[in-house]
Ligand binder design. Structure first.
Ligand code: XIL
Length: 448
């Protein structure tokens, strides 16, 4: 594998702007400063995650920090190709499943990392080429995304496919040699397998406006223009001792293409600037409404893959470093609430019964997936139902994290057993897939 070295708000409809603005003011105005990274990030609708491994789950001091601080997990290695398909067609999900179970039991979301990458391939795949490799790769995407269907917030569908340096071109790899369309084939397969997961392209040395990030930018723009299903860009952000002055601008330009941005593998080389760089990265994400979450690549310095660089937020003894405090303060300073609404979107104000719902659509010709955020008002909600009007000619084909009895016209979605309780001011999300065009009218939300 390669060793990485290291405002404006998203455009919303006028209605959505007023609702989002009102919500942000309410949240920021009334919130106490939160005392953990996850709780603080959640105040603006974001997550704060960490890379972990099932083999560390028995380390009690480690897990104390994981459970206290973070509300999102990603597998540092357990969901990679070599880990999940060690022999062709024989899948092992034990460690990935443990990670997902732990996250679910603790109310955390899960990032999936990663479906296809030139590194950490099983040896059988390294020996394939051409159509045999392409077929094996797409099968891998389908099988893994299907296994974890409904449990993954965002998938890194493809990791590190661009070359370093000034070319802005694709990296040479066995996957690239199967044809330039391998990336879009992977995204289409992932969408079909798990329509509820956000699908990300993830890479490193993209921590500012440079030739590599511009190559990726051009690919994302092309995908959006041609309807290739992509929802997010991951900036790994393995950083050295300086931060590119265009870091935030780079996040913003991806957001302006209509994709979310996530900081996916943040770690910063120890040095006099470490805390400042961590804080600047956090502030940059919070300044862009569509930067929806940050993940650090490990818990304690002693857990880091960057041996000797002490690039994380906790020291080997599990103590909070200056970098930790800098990040927490930056999170507590707030920023625009993340929208659930790339265009087209709908929103409605809270109803008296105590919840509101907003819909985000991912549409393609003839179909769409909808993500619906159910937000509780000033009181906790115990059970909810959301009413959506499906435009004529189309129908709901499946739903996740909610149940529906009808599929066309007015459709009511009810909570399932594990997501009916929503804390005051908190939210939960469900989704559905449909044919035709997605709903554009405001959804209703009823608590109880
Ligand atoms: C690293 C892990 O942290 C190590 O444990 C493993 O030995 C190699 O991979 N970019 C990525 C991650 O996308 O998957 C890498 O993780 C770090 C660089």
């Amino acid at each position: 594998m390669s060793i990485p070295r290291k405002g404006r708000f998203a455009l919303l409809s006028a209605a959505a702007v007023s609702v989002v603005a009102a919500a942000s003011i309410a949240v920021i105005g009334s919130a106490e400063a939160a005392s953990t990274l996850g709780a603080s990030a959640a105040q603006t609708g974001r997550y704060f995650g960490v890379a972990t491994s099932a083999f560390k789950f028995s380390d009690t001091p480690y897990m104390t920090i994981v459970n206290r601080e973070f509300n999102s997990l990603v597998a540092e290695n357990d969901m990679k190709w070599d880990a999940t398909e060690p022999q062709q067609g024989r899948f092992t999900f034990t460690n990935g499943d443990r990670l997902v179970s732990h996250a679910q039991a603790h109310g955390m979301t899960v990032r999936g990392h990663t479906l296809l990458w030139h590194a950490q391939q099983p040896s059988w795949a390294q020996g394939l080429s051409g159509a045999a490799l392409r077929n094996a790769a797409i099968n891998h995407v389908t099988q893994v995304a299907t296994h974890f269907r409904g449990k993954i917030h965002s998938w890194d569908v493809v990791n590190e496919a661009f070359a370093d340096g000034g070319s802005g071109a694709r990296r040479d790899s066995n996957l690239q040699r199967t044809g330039n369309d391998w990336i879009e084939a992977a995204f289409r397969a992932a969408r079909a397998a798990d329509p509820g997961a956000k699908l990300c392209y993830n890479d490193y040395n993209t921590d500012g406006i440079n030739a590599k990030s511009t190559g990726i930018y051009n690919m994302v723009r092309d995908f959006k223009a041609r309807g290739v299903p992509i929802d997010c860009v991951g900036l790994q952000s393995h950083l050295g001792t300086t931060l590119d002055s265009t870091y935030q601008q780079n996040i913003q330009r991806f957001a302006d293409l209509g994709v979310d941005v996530q900081i996916t593998e943040l770690d910063v080389q120890q040095g006099s600037n470490q805390a400042n760089i961590f804080a600047s990265v956090t502030r940059a994400c919070l300044a862009v409404a569509r930067c929806t979450g940050i993940t650090v690549w490990g818990v304690r310095d002693s857990d880091s893959w960057r041996t000797g660089q002490n690039p994380l937020l906790f020291d080997a003894g599990g103590n909070k470093k200056a970098a930790y405090t800098a990040v927490l303060n930056a999170l507590n300073a707030g920023g625009p609430t993340t929208p659930t609404s790339p265009t087209p979107s709908t929103s409605n104000p809270p109803v008296p019964a105590g919840c509101s719902a907003r819909v985000t659509l991912n549409s393609w010709t003839g179909g769409y997936t909808a993500t619906v955020r159910v937000t509780a008002g000033s009181s906790p909600v115990n059970g909810w139902s959301v009413g959506v009007t499906v435009p004529s000619g189309g129908a709901v084909t499946n739903a996740w994290n909610a149940t529906n009895t009808s599929t066309s016209g007015p459709v009511t979605f009810r909570n399932v057993s594990y997501n009916g309780s929503v804390a005051a001011g908190g939210f939960t999300e469900f989704g559905f897939q449909g044919t035709g065009t997605g709903p554009t009218a405001n959804p209703t939300c009823t608590a109880g």
